[in-house]
Design a protein around this ligand. Structure first.
Ligand SMILES: *Cc1c(COP(=O)(O)O)cnc(C)c1O
Length: 416
């Protein structure tokens, strides 16, 4: 793709954008003069689909008119409406996914199954600078097993002077840890750098040494093209309020590869994981559903799932291929403009489009002050300590002209 540094060029891209009309399907935030803000924070909290209200009101109606009878009919298997579409989104079979709980909660539940350290195989590997919640979860899991993170947790750091990890170094570290490695879990993409890790290569390397391999796809779901089943990934978890636009605290999703569905090893059980035929017999013995649903614990949060259903309809209608195609072009345009007119700004996110999603992480001289200026002028992006401004144009509701206007605004602020 060849880009041009002009607003007219950006306008042309908007006019020719096959997904341009989708912005109208979202409520777009405005400033006090009723002008659109520039919303580049779909990586933190996606915008509200206009259809959400109807989806939620439908459930409120059922509750209002039927009370418990809603539970007996419509809500009993409510989460099943999110199996096929979720499977398409992450590249798995519908038996391999389920929507339940929140992300960090799910990480704990998954690690109870997929991190079972032994005397000789007890190490767990993550990327250095993983999202704090993941670090806390993993360290507390290690301690729960009576171990210490000091000699159990392997955190991979980039080479001296580099800000992203090289795949070859990850593979080498996995080989080095060898039979001591129990589990690998990377955040993909990393929330700070925006780097997308090679899930296939990491999974293969982990399996070669007999470790389980999983991913936290908080920043990947609704952003990247994925084939979790074919890549043979053991487990994954994600939230749905970021790129997926399902609203604050919306329930997360998990993936568990088919090969584990006969699981007889540890898991923390609950009645929603119980065989559906016998669930309401209320018997004492746990007979898990032999799909990812077997990891469910509690009954489905219907009011939280309704907005997700609304959002998934939109994602499903467009399809991840078209979403990703626009995203590459939109983020590519942002990268082009930053390199072209902001030489003082460093992009730490990889330049190869297969190694990144929507987000670019910018290191800007003046750091936090520049970020505050951007916010005051109507850009919604975010600041992450120590020194990064994260900018994530969302392919379903952002425009090429917004990318252009943002870069020009940043140039002005830096010149002041
Ligand atoms: C957003 C995010 C979380 C947040 O966890 P919740 O349990 O949903 O609050 C955790 N991990 C990563 C990598 C994230 O990006």
């Amino acid at each position: 793709m060849t880009y041009k540094n002009s607003r007219i060029f950006a306008e042309t891209l908007d006019q020719d954008d096959p997904l341009g009309a989708y912005r109208e399907k979202f409520h777009y935030p405005k400033n006090k003069n009723d002008n659109d803000l520039i919303y580049f924070s779909g990586n933190s909290l996606g915008l509200q689909p206009k259809s959400v209200r109807t989806f939620v009101e439908n459930e409120l109606d059922v509750w209002e008119k039927k009370g418990l009878l809603g539970q007996h009919s419509r809500w009993k298997n409510f989460h099943e409406r999110l199996l096929e579409n979720t499977a398409r989104m992450v590249g798995g079979d519908s038996s391999e996914v389920v929507v339940m709980n929140a992300l960090t909660v799910n990480i704990h539940f998954l690690l109870i199954s997929f991190y079972q350290p032994t005397e000789t195989r007890k190490k767990i590997m993550i990327e250095n600078g993983a999202f704090p919640s993941d670090q806390y979860a993993i360290k507390s899991q290690i301690e729960f097993h009576g171990l210490s993170p000091l000699d159990t947790l392997i955190e991979l750091t980039p080479r001296e002077g580099e800000s992203i990890l090289r795949t070859e170094d990850i593979i080498l570290a996995i080989k080095d840890a060898n039979q001591e490695l129990a589990t690998v879990m990377f955040g993909n993409p990393n929330y700070y750098t925006g780097q997308v890790f090679d899930m296939q290569a990491i999974t293969n390397a982990g399996h070669d040494v007999g470790a389980f391999v999983g991913f936290d796809l908080a920043h990947g779901t609704g952003n990247l093209l994925m084939n979790l089943h074919d890549w043979d990934v053991d487990f994954a978890a994600w939230c749905s309020y970021k790129y997926l636009c399902a609203g604050p605290g919306a329930p997360g999703g998990i993936f568990i590869h088919k090969r584990h569905h006969d699981w007889t090893n540890h898991r923390f059980a609950g009645w929603w994981g119980q065989n559906k035929e016998t669930r309401f017999n209320m018997g004492p013995d746990f007979d898990p559903i032999k799909t990812a649903e077997g990891w469910q614990v509690s009954n489905a949060p219907v009011m939280g799932m309704a907005p997700l259903l609304a959002a998934m309809d939109i994602f499903d209608e467009v399809g991840m291929n078209a979403i990703r195609k626009k995203s590459e072009k939109l983020t590519g345009f942002l990268e082009y403009l930053v390199i072209k007119i902001l030489p003082e700004v460093t992009i730490i996110t990889p330049e190869n489009s297969t190694e990144r999603g929507c987000q670019l992480s910018l290191v800007v001289p003046g750091g936090k002050k520049i970020f505050d200026d951007l916010s005051n002028r109507g850009v919604v992006c975010d600041w992450r300590n120590p020194d990064v401004i994260r900018v994530a144009p969302h392919p379903l509701f952002n425009r090429y002209t917004e990318v252009y206007d943002f870069v020009i605004m940043l140039k002005k602020i830096l010149a002041e």
